[in-house]
Ligand binder design. Structure first.
Ligand code: TXA
Ligand code: MG
Length: 338
């Protein structure tokens, strides 16, 4: 199959919606990461998504919609969902709600809940409106690779597997949306993202964070979100995180790096002078910069065949929690405390 990469125009939107309506796949930009879309109402199209990504079929997909009305036939909408949607939609908050019969089993991996998201990206919304149906879309990477934040990343992973990639430039946020479970008593973050637990608490009155967000699953433990079972966001080189006061962290990383000069260093901008002219990859000034750059940097390391990476950590508050969740998983929880 020939994979076409095209900017978002009236013509490419017409082509994209025709593909989706005939059960084929289209990759599209969002404010978080690029998605690999197929009709959420067509079980065969959804199976094609799993095949193109090589994704295990027990890992359910997020359903993307262009308006709140589109959510109503798919789920048991609640007052709390309405309050949260008013505060955060369109935006990087995915709501997990009880589902209806309208959603095919393959979308939810047979679970009784469905994950719904209304993205804050003009290109994504134009695409979803043109499709005029709910679009199931995981991140548009091959399973186990960092999520794509540019159309070129999608091409690297999907060339020859899908007919069309809509190019909307680099994703602003750079990390996947917050997944918030509304099916229980207390809203619970299953995957941290740019809408933070602190922000959710302000609107919902309470918000918990699943304990599995910052630790590996124990043997035999049931995953609240099936995505947490699978190896995730893994760069090809081995990644180790070093945690502690900036000076002590830099000293430890310098020692590790000098024993393995082919290794790369990830550090916050203000700490770079601590590394005495060693080549450091800049995570930026704050958690928002780090979120925006992380997957991009991990992919560039893969492209260069970097075998070893050492990274600083961030305080796990606000958007820092999302960055640390991805970093810790990419490192397979190899974290040195100094
Ligand atoms: O930002 C995003 O959310 C991106 C863009 C494309 O919208 N999408 C994305 O999808 O990250 P994906 O498939 O890579 O991640 C979806 C996550 C997985 O961890 C999955 O297990 C979880 O949401 N999930 C989906 N449906 C679920 C359900 N019914 N119950 C529990 N977890 C669910
Ligand atoms: Mg993903």
């Amino acid at each position: 199959m020939n994979t076409k990469l095209t900017p978002i125009t009236q013509d490419s939107l017409t082509e994209a919606s025709a593909l989706i309506q005939s059960g084929q796949l289209v990759a599209f930009p969002t404010e978080t990461v690029y998605g690999l879309g197929g009709s959420a109402l067509d079980a065969q199209a959804v199976l094609n998504i799993f095949r193109a990504k090589e994704r295990p079929v027990d890992n359910p997909l997020i359903v993307h919609i262009a308006s709140r009305d589109q959510a109503f036939p798919l789920c048991r909408w609640t007052d709390l969902a309405d309050t949260l949607a008013s505060a955060f939609w369109p935006g990087p908050l995915t709501l997990l709600l009880r589902r209806t019969e309208m959603v095919p089993d393959v979308v939810t991996a047979g679970l009784s809940t469905v994950d719904l998201r209304l993205p804050a990206h003009q290109g994504a919304l134009a695409f979803l409106r043109a499709c005029a149906l709910p679009v199931a879309a995981p991140s548009a990477n091959r399973s186990g690779r960092p999520s794509p934040t540019t159309a070129q990343h999608v091409m690297e992973d999907m060339d020859g597997r899908i007919p069309l990639i809509l190019d909307g430039g680099a994703s602003g946020v750079g990390l996947e949306s917050t997944v918030l479970d509304l099916s229980g008593e207390v809203p619970t973050v299953l995957r941290p993202g740019a809408v933070t637990p602190e922000q959710i608490t302000m609107v919902a009155g309470s918000c918990e964070v699943a304990s599995s967000v910052m630790r590996p699953l124990e043997v035999g433990e049931r995953a609240l979100s099936p995505g947490m079972r699978h190896r995730h966001y893994a760069p090809q080189g081995r990644l180790t995180l070093v945690e502690g006061e900036p000076e002590a962290v830099a000293e430890a990383i310098i020692g590790l790096h000098d024993a393995q000069p082919e290794a790369r260093i990830l550090a916050m901008h203000d700490h770079i002078p601590l590394y005495d002219n060693r080549p450091v990859n800049d995570l930026g000034q704050d958690a928002a910069d780090a979120a925006h750059r992380l997957f991009y940097l991990l992919r560039s390391f893969d492209a260069q065949g970097v075998p070893r990476i050492f990274s600083e950590t961030l305080p796990p508050t606000g958007l820092g929690l999302a960055v640390m969740n991805r970093l810790a998983r990419a490192a397979e929880f190899d974290i040195i405390k100094v």
